[in-house]
Design a protein around this ligand. Structure first.
Ligand SMILES: NC(=O)c1ccc[n+]([C@@H]2O[C@H](COP(=O)([O-])OP(=O)(O)OC[C@H]3O[C@@H](n4cnc5c(N)ncnc54)[C@H](OP(=O)(O)O)[C@@H]3O)[C@@H](O)[C@H]2O)c1
Length: 375
């Protein structure tokens, strides 16, 4: 059945989907909460305080192009949180193309971004729709910091770090493992993708605002090399990420190496099964709701050029909430005006980095950026 609501949140039974619905309520946007299981989705939505103050409906939908197209027809914006997106995203984007809606998701998977750009951007652009995978804390907040640095002309190299404190959700854990085991990771050198060594290992990093160093990984390459590859201001991008907890970080390469050894020689279907089973053994339950006193985030960008340097740090909290509000604001914006770019576009390219910063600031999720410019 086609919808009469302007926005569909797909994956609304999940941690991030529910947060998006909460913020859609705050933006006063009627929405459809869709999921593969109506009971689970209804239970998630019923737990949102004040949900009866916004028009909404809960719908069960099969994860196939036909059913998704039917549901999306009549909507203007689809916000997809069903990840890993390299595994489950295709059906949803194809349905958006058929239904003529904008598509946004919460991915941080570099391979999914590259596929979106190469396979679906032209069709979305033809319809005047934006295709914006990856509007989420990882990596939009860092993209905002990078763009603040790039307000100083003449800087062409971005050295990016993202850290957060908390527990990944069920789908995040699957996504991290699937991404680490099945996809290559790239950084950008002179606007070309260069592969990180498979055994890149842990990097010691200086973490702005603390005395202790941190441990970080290329984390699947991140979205930044894809977003900045065709940006005429930028030639080189390297990004590292992780959690603040050093001990936890020390365990990540061990888990990844053990998974890599186990998937060797398996069929694709068996690889996914093994990766999902392993992820569920690490995390099978929804983590607790975020607490700003515990769940902090840090995005730091050093930008440099032959004759200049800039550094921007954004201290924040509750990275899943940051993701929720960014998605809800994007829908709010798209219901009122065209995006700045159609087809494949990052959050900042489609909605503006100063606007997205303002949104995060207005919901108390980030501090005013700490910016230092050297000329
Ligand atoms: N980049 C970032 O900063 C960021 C932030 C937040 C989330 N994310 C990404 O967003 C995705 C969702 O995260 P989450 O926190 O919402 O995870 P979650 O709480 O585990 O929710 C996952 C959602 O996907 C649905 N789902 C899972 N497998 C499905 C399938 N085969 N068919 C249809 N629906 C399926 C689940 O439905 P059921 O309830 O029926 O299982 C649930 O609605 C993950 O890939 C995560 O990495 C990224």
């Amino acid at each position: 059945m086609a919808t009469t609501k302007p926005v569909v949140v797909y994956g609304a039974s999940g941690y991030t989907g529910r947060l998006i619905c909460e913020y859609l309520r705050e933006y006063n946007i009627p929405f459809v909460a869709a999921g593969r299981d109506k009971v689970r989705t209804q239970e998630a939505i019923d737990r949102i305080p004040g949900i009866d103050t916004i028009e909404h409906e809960v719908v069960e939908v099969a994860h196939e192009v036909e059913s998704l197209t039917e549901l999306f027809t009549g909507a203007q914006v689809v916000l997809n949180t069903v990840g890993p997106f390299s595994e489950y995203g295709h059906e949803v984007v194809q349905a958006c193309i058929r239904a003529g809606t904008h598509y946004l998701d919460t991915t941080g998977e570099q391979d999914w971004l590259i596929e979106c750009d190469e396979k679906y951007s032209a069709a979305m652009a033809e319809r005047g729709s934006v295709l914006s995978p990856g509007l989420a804390h990882m990596y939009t907040t860092g993209e905002i910091a990078a763009n603040i640095c790039l307000e100083t002309p003449g800087l062409d190299t971005l050295d990016i770090l993202v850290f957060w404190k908390g527990f990944p959700t069920v789908a995040s854990t699957k996504t991290i493992l699937v991404n680490a085991a099945l996809s290559d990771a790239f950084y950008l050198e002179q606007n070309r993708y260069v592969e990180w060594p498979a055994d890149a290992g842990l990097y010691d990093v200086t973490v702005p605002g603390q005395h202790e160093t941190g441990l970080a990984l290329p984390w699947g390459g991140t979205s930044h090399p894809v977003w900045f590859r065709k940006d005429p201001r930028v030639a080189n991008v390297k990004a590292l990420g992780g959690v603040f907890d050093r001990q936890l970080m020390q365990g990540v390469p061990l888990i990844v190496q053990s998974v890599l050894a186990q998937v060797e020689g398996l069929s694709d279907a068996d690889k996914y099964k093994l990766l999902h089973d392993t992820a569920e053994s690490v995390r099978s339950e929804m983590p607790p709701r975020e607490n700003p006193r515990i769940n902090t985030s840090l995005d730091s960008v050093h930008a440099s050029g032959p004759l200049g340097r800039a550094h921007c740090v954004i201290h924040g909290n509750c990275n899943y909430k940051q993701t929720g509000v960014l998605q809800a604001y994007a829908a709010f914006s798209l219901l009122q005006q065209a995006p700045r770019r159609v087809g494949f576009a990052s959050g900042c390219q489609a909605f503006g980095h100063r606007e997205l910063l303002g949104v995060l600031r207005s919901f108390g999720l980030v501090m005013e950026p700490v910016v230092t410019v050297y000329r």
